[in-house]
Each structure stands twice: as C-alpha cells, then as structure tokens.
Ligand binder design. Structure first.
Ligand code: AGP
Length: 585
C-alpha cells in the first residue's frame, strides 16, 4: 500500500505542501518517497529511499505537483524505483498506489520501443500514456485509455508539467479530492488525514471516473469521457491524530488516548448502537468479519453476544469469509470491523456478500473509506486518526461497540455503558503503572512468549500475542487455555514466560489450573487478574468489570507490546514488513 498526493492552486512553497501531506500518509508505506513539482517553469523531481525528513524539503515555490510515499511491491527499495516515474520525454509524470497485474504483458505488447529505468510496474503507466498521446494529443483520452488497460486494483495521479495539469483515476484503492473554501486550492490524497486544515470540501472519487484539475478548474468524466457532476461535501479536518505531542511514539499516544475516546464513544454513540442492535435483531444470521486485530475483536464479539444477549453471531477472518459466503441470504447481516476501511480482504469479502444480497453494516474508523462508502449502514468508531501501524484505540473501541450492542439487545444499554466506564477507570490506573514496563524488559530477552486465555479472554490472548509480535518482533503465541494439553504444553520449558489472563468469571478456576500445569513444567507465570495467587511469579492486578474486563486486559497487552519494543530498540510505530492497512492481496 502506498500514499499518493497531488496539489494544484495558489502559488506557494508547493514542495512543502506535498511533503507535509506525504508525511501524514507514511502509515501507508514508508520505504521511500518522491515529489515532482514545477517551479519557475522548471520541473524538479526529488526522490529518496527511507522515511520523509521534512528538513530535506527543497522549498520550491510553484502551483502544482505530486508526491508518493512507497511500500515496495515491484522493484526493490532504492532511488530509481521510488515514485514518481516518467515517460521517455519526462513530460508525463506518474505516482501510483496498487499493483498492475499485467504490466509485463503491457510493456511487451505496446512499449517495446520505450526505454525503462526502473523495475516497477508503475513506470508502464507513464509510457502507455506517452504511447496514447502519439496517436492523439488529447491528454484526458490518453489517461483514460491507459487506465482501462491496467489490470488490478490501482489509483494513479498523472502530472503534465508543461500544462500544469493533473489527472487522477482509480479502482478500489482510495482517492479523495479536496478544495479550500474559495476553491482556489485543489488537493488529491489517498486519505483525508493528509489534507491541510483549509480543506473544507471533499469528493470521494468513484472507480473508473477521471478527475482533471489544474489552472483554477476541475472536472470529472466517466470512463466513456462523458462529463459528470462533481458534488462536493462539507469536511472539517480532525487534527487530533496528527501531532505526537509529549509522547515518544504514536503507539504510546494512541494507547493513552483510550480513556477519553472510550468515554466519548459511550456518551455519543447510543443512537448508532441501537440501530446496529436492531439490524442484528431482525437479521437471519449475522457475521462479524475482520483481519488481524480486527478479527480478534470479532471473536471477542461472538463471546459477548453469546453470554450477554444469548445470540449466535459468527466471527470469520476477512480473508476466509469469501469462502464461506455461500450460505448468505438477502436477510443476512455482515458486520465488517476495519479501522482503515481499506483492507482488501474485507473489501473483497463484502463484494461477495453483496452479490448474495446480504446487508453490510460497517464499523470503521475512517469516514469515507472504501468500506464506509460500500456499506449499507455505518458506525464510525470516531477514535481519531490511528497513525501507529499497530492498532490499539480502534481495537478497544470496537470491543466497546460490540459490548454495548450486546447489552442493547438485552434491553440494557445503560448497563453496558456503566461497565465500559468502569473499565475506563481501571485503564487509567493501568496507564500509570510502571509494572508493565518492568515485565516487558524481561519479555524482551525471551525468544518465545505464550499467552493463555479462556472464553472471552481467549481473543484477548491472541491480540496480546499479536501486539508482542508486531511491535517488538518477539515471537508470541496466544492460545485457548483448554488447548494447553493438546500440544502447546510441549513447548513449555524452564523459564518460559506464560501470560495467564485470569478474570474472576466462569473461566477463573480452569485457567488457574492451566497456570499450575505450566508452572509444574518450569514456566514463568505472569498472572493478569483481580486476585493474586501464589502460583503467579508476577501479578498484574486488574479489577474485574464483568465483560468489559476484556478492554482493560487488552490495554495491558498493548503496553506490554509497546514497552517490549522499546526494550528491544524497535520503533513500534513503523514495524518492519507491516503497513497500516493491507490494501493489496
Ligand atoms: C493491527 O495491530 C494490525 N496492524 C493488523 O492486524 C490490522 O488490525 C489488520 O490489518 C486489519 O486492519 P483494519 O482494521 O484497518 O482492517
């Protein structure tokens, strides 16, 4: 996944406008970056491997330019493969997000006479447009014809520096157009988070429609070239997620934002929660789908709906759901959970679900995301932009949403609200404790960590293990306590750390027995519970708040992941090999 950005408007330090936008898109990919701007009639392309350093801004004044922050798919991470890419003449400049599945065929079929400099799939786009322009001088037609040749999910911005014109078109990968109040400055971005505060109106490009802009005007055309109406909607930038403030990392900041965000959620989302509960109540089967952390929220939800509302709600991994949709009916309700709303495994799953006429109720954190716009109903998590690659506040907000919905199905929204707020008070205490940092130091020296949970704590065990893995690269395995003797026990040695999630609920005694069993084999037992026990080598005291205890436990797992990363000298915001949202399969 990559971030692409374009600007055309009032004369300004255009390189700064683009680099600031790209910096906010780095969560989408950050192995290299590049910009192309026109300044005083001269086109400058600057690109580099590595993360953007705003101090390297060439401070070029101008009125138009594009930029790209890359997550390499085709072609290694180096300056040549960084975007933008140009045609042979240098008069056509392209940035791209996605994968062009047929780029080799296109190059061999149409571009034999063209000279390529990079190993990327993207570069064929610039040469194809050049090829089309050799037949007709119509830039709009050339871009449309080129895009229609591309196979795969893509978004491109094309820059003609000589005419200062920009063109944008996409299929599936997001692209949003933004303007200031007076419509004098135009922006394009992969995510609204990158828009400056003066953007007050936006438009989400639909697939296969061509946006043209530059020189104080913009227009929209269909794939056949027909002029379309571009209806702008009001927008105000949520800058909450932008600055790191006094924190050392976005992950730390976003963990600490949770008490406020959860309190705001329960105070403001009652109407949406009641609507979701009503749709579940009426549905012939409901399915929670998500990937990674989001799936663990789905799995936790299946326990919450069972124990609280006596409802059977099926959880499914997003990438697996496409293989499960045959039983869907038009009365089915599919509930995707996705922080970004761009995860390709979710987008493709709901496409299949919609073919079965099922209704889609999206819980997402990004207004206007692909999932948001394709769903029949939406519940915005309103957790504020989540910049760290690892998900924290969006996860806890998903848990709160599912818990409140389950209680609403039982006619007890207020009970659910009270429990979440009790958990918030407990989280505030957890956030001030030094203990997690001390325990993390020990975990950072281990090669393997095990996390054991039963019932509703089992998904939290999986999530805690994921936080350790993706934040600190320490291998961790979450598992259902009952599975211990079915195999996991073979891995327990003297000193093996085992985190035991032991709330005083129906799982308490059985989980304690598992703790005794691993202890007997030499494990170092770290108990997370409201009740200490002599079997624990370490005891993290977390007050029970009935089903909302999950949320408090999740925060302990987040902190352990964060501090273990610090102990290992890893940047938890930008873990290797991972992107914030997986928008390509
Ligand atoms: C979360 O810590 C991970 N980075 C990852 O598992 C993430 O939850 C998953 O990719 C789903 O993302 P989404 O919520 O944006 O769909």
């Amino acid at each position: 996944m990559c971030g692409i950005f374009g600007y055309s408007g009032k004369e300004t330090i255009v390189s700064s406008v683009i680099l600031s936008g790209l910096k906010l898109l780095e969560y989408r990919g950050y192995d290299s970056w590049g910009i192309a701007v026109t300044s005083k009639g001269k086109t400058t392309i600057k690109k580099k491997p590595g993360k953007i350093n705003l101090a390297e801004d060439p401070k070029l004044t101008g009125s138009t330019g594009i930029g790209h922050t890359r997550w390499a798919t085709h072609g290694g991470v180096n300056k040549i493969n960084a975007h933008p890419h140009t045609d042979c003449s240098g008069d056509i400049i392209v940035v791209h997000n996605g994968i062009i599945e047929n780029y080799r065929e296109l190059a061999s079929k149409f571009l034999r006479k063209h000279s390529f400099v990079s190993k990327t799939d993207t570069e064929v786009v610039a040469h194809l447009i050049e090829q089309e322009l050799s037949k007709s001088k119509d830039s709009k037609r050339a871009v449309l014809k080129t895009f229609q040749k591309l196979k795969g999910l893509n978004a491109i911005i094309v820059f003609f520096p000589k005419s200062n014109e920009l063109y944008a078109i996409k299929n599936s990968s997001p692209l949003i157009f933004g303007t200031d109040k007076k419509k004098k400055s135009f922006y394009l971005s992969s995510d609204v988070i990158a828009f400056p505060k003066d953007v007050e109106k936006i438009y989400f490009l639909d697939d296969e429609t061509l946006l043209s802009f530059g020189k104080n005007s913009y227009s929209l055309n269909s794939s056949s070239g027909k002029e379309l109406k571009l209806a702008l909607t009001a927008f105000s930038q949520d800058v909450r997620g932008r600055e790191m403030g006094a924190y050392s990392h976005y992950m730390e900041k976003e963990i600490h934002e949770q008490p406020k965000i959860l309190s705001e959620f329960v105070a403001t989302k009652e109407k949406e929660i009641r609507n979701l509960a009503q749709k579940i109540d009426k549905a012939f089967g409901s399915y929670l789908i998500g990937c990674g952390t989001a799936f663990y929220a789905c799995l936790a939800g299946s326990y919450l709906f069972s124990t609280i509302a006596k409802r059977h709600i099926n959880p499914a991994i997003g990438s697996e759901f496409s293989y499960l949709v045959d039983f869907l009916k038009k009365e089915s309700l599919v509930i995707p959970l996705s922080q970004s709303g761009e995860t390709i495994d979710i987008i493709s799953s709901i496409k299949h679900a919609k073919e079965k006429k099922a209704k889609i109720y999206a819980l997402t954190n990004v207004y206007g995301s692909t999932l948001y716009r394709q769903a029949d109903y939406q519940l915005l998590l309103s957790a504020g932009p989540e910049q760290a690659v690892v998900s924290t506040k969006a996860f806890s907000t998903k848990l709160a949403a599912l818990l409140l919905t389950a209680y609403t199905l039982r006619g007890e929204f207020e009970t659910g609200k009270k429990l979440v707020l009790e958990s918030v008070e407990e989280i505030k205490k957890i956030l001030t404790s030094k203990q997690n940092k001390q325990i993390a130091k020990k975990l950072s020296k281990k090669s393997h960590v095990y996390v054991l949970g039963r019932g509703p704590s089992y998904p939290i065990a999986l999530e805690t293990a994921l936080k350790l893995k993706e934040s600190s690269y320490v291998h961790a395995e979450g598992f259902a306590g009952g599975e211990l003797k079915h195999g996991v026990m073979a891995l327990i040695e003297t000193g093996t750390p085992v985190l035991v999630l032991n709330p005083e609920d129906e799982t308490y005694q059985d989980t304690l027995s598992s703790a005794y069993e691993v202890k007997a084999r030499g494990a170092y037992v770290i108990g997370i519970s409201s009740k200490n026990n002599s079997i624990f080598d370490e005891f993290i005291n977390v007050k029970d708040t009935k089903e909302a205890t999950l949320i408090s436990y999740a925060v302990v797992g987040q902190l352990l992941g964060y501090f273990t990363a610090l102990a290992k000298g890893v940047n938890p915001d930008r873990p290797r090999n991972l992107a914030k949202s997986v928008t390509v399969k």
